[in-house]
Write a protein that binds this ligand. Structure first.
Ligand SMILES: Cc1cc2nc3c(=O)[nH]c(=O)nc-3n(C[C@H](O)[C@H](O)[C@H](O)COP(=O)(O)O)c2cc1C
Length: 444
């Protein structure tokens, strides 16, 4: 029984990432379906809502990736625009949050604030915006300005973008009339009246994805949720401590920012079966061609003459080369090559086996019982506040999780059995921002 002295049990948050263009999805699986047709989005969203998830999450790619000058999107090509998809999903779901990744470098605050506020109205308070800044100039070439901003400028623009959007969302008065706004800053000089009344959540939920110190500061000052790649217990705890440690400087409390790593899972009836399935899936995710491609991304040069079942290249990566366009860099190429070589030497692995081992993204492997227990422990040990699940099958990859793991999490008291409110803010335990106050506790 909970007494006034016992702190409330920490519950986890869950979101569903629609797996599209990435090397997580096994497109060769006979169960894989379209990543463009509405049926796919609807299936995953309905499954997530059946599991009482907090939100459905769409990443964004503004240009088709290229590798060695040719379009390369890992077996499937194309990606519809997120907000349009989410507006359609609003009509076939009731409670599920709807999160769109939208770039702050190539958009304009007035237009985007309008579209997000509209989704918040249409969905009765379920909209979220994942603010990204984009990783390269290549991505921006198809935009009017075409140009690109330095890393630091991307974050000053993103911060001013979010602050401006919040001014717009706040601009209607309590009695429901539009008030003129004027914003003059380094990046935007705009004035007028906002076309959309204050939306059900006040401000749609703001998510941030980006890992540099500038990105973390931006998240601590402006975001409600962080989408991160730090998916191991140690990395998660260090990341959490770092980011939450930055909140006080912005007048914010520990609980006002939720940390949600993107994680994968593989379930089996026994631990051994799950491991075997995971091994099989990894081999299908990293085909011989994908292994060479991964090495080419690090070495920055054509490696098609190499045997994926042979050793890693004997020469060092070209630090300046950029064979792949449109994909976030994974880190310093020389450091990665050194790490891969050490791994290959230590375990006697071929190039492909090294890539399989080094880029492994299977975070939770086991029976539904052990996966539920591990996820719960992860969250109670403050390595995260919840997870954005990235299934390896589109769109049915979440079905088993919802049918088997969710009930066990609920039995443990680690996850809600029913939605307690209607808005995404209520699922996340975040208050509606007071007018003119920005995020909770912040004055920006
Ligand atoms: C977990 C994660 C997910 C991201 N997802 C996207 C995305 O869907 N679309 C996009 O354009 N950029 C995405 N980004 C890129 C970031 O917005 C950012 O531009 C990039 O990470 C560089 O910023 P940083 O140096 O602060 O990490 C993502 C970054 C991270 C860490």
């Amino acid at each position: 029984m909970t007494t006034s002295r016992t702190p409330a049990r920490k519950r986890l948050h869950l979101a569903a990432h629609f797996p599209g263009v990435n090397n997580t999805t096994v497109w060769t699986d006979s169960e894989s379906r379209s990543q463009i047709e509405f049926d796919s989005f609807e299936h995953l969203a309905r499954t997530a809502e059946r599991g009482r998830f907090d939100f459905f999450f769409l990443a964004e790619g503004l240009r088709l990736r290229e590798h060695k000058g040719r379009i390369h999107d890992l077996d499937v090509v194309g990606r519809p625009e997120s907000l349009t998809v989410l507006n359609a999903l609003a009509a076939v779901t009731d409670r599920l949050g709807l999160a769109a990744t939208v770039n702050a470098t190539f958009n304009e605050p007035y237009e985007l604030a309008r579209r997000l506020a509209t989704l918040d109205h249409l969905s009765a308070g379920r909209a979220a915006w994942n603010v990204v800044t984009s990783s390269d100039a290549f991505t921006g070439e198809n935009f009017r300005r075409g140009g690109y901003l330095d890393h630091a400028d991307r974050y000053t623009r993103a911060a001013e973008f979010v602050a401006t959007a919040r001014e717009l969302w706040d601009s209607w008065s309590e009695d429901g009339t539009p008030r003129p706004f004027a914003h003059r800053g380094q990046h935007f000089d705009i004035r007028g009246e906002f076309t959309v009344p204050r939306s059900p959540q006040g401000h749609p939920v703001v998510i941030q994805a980006g890992d540099s110190p500038a990105g973390r500061d931006f998240a601590a000052s402006a975001a409600d949720v962080i989408f991160t790649r730090h998916g191991t217990l140690e990395a998660g705890r260090a990341f959490s401590a770092d980011v939450k440690g930055r909140l006080a400087a912005h007048g914010r409390s520990h609980n006002s920012l939720k940390i949600m790593p993107g994680v994968t899972f593989v379930l089996g009836d026994t631990a051994a079966e799950a491991q075997e399935k995971a091994h099989h899936i990894r081999r299908r995710q990293v085909s011989p061609q994908n292994a060479l491609l991964a090495a080419e991304q690090i070495w920055g040069t054509d490696l098609s003459h190499l045997d994926p079942d042979g050793p890693l290249p004997a020469f060092d990566p070209d630090p300046g080369a950029r064979l792949t366009q449109g994909r976030t860099r994974l880190g310093d190429p020389q450091e990665i090559a050194d790490r891969w070589r050490a791994l290959s030497r230590a375990k006697g692995l071929s190039l492909r086996e090294t890539v399989i081992e080094a880029t492994g993204r299977q975070s939770f492997i086991g029976t539904p019982e052990t996966v539920a227990a591990e996820m719960d422990a992860f969250v109670t040990q403050d390595a995260a506040d919840g997870f954005i699940l990235v299934p390896h099958l589109t769109p049915g990859g979440l079905d088993d999780f919802v049918d088997t793991v969710v009930p066990l999490l609920q039995e443990r008291g680690a996850f809600r059995t029913e939605y307690e409110g209607n808005t995404l803010r209520s699922h996340l335990g975040l208050p509606e921002p007071a007018r003119g106050r920005g995020v909770e506790g912040s004055t920006s």
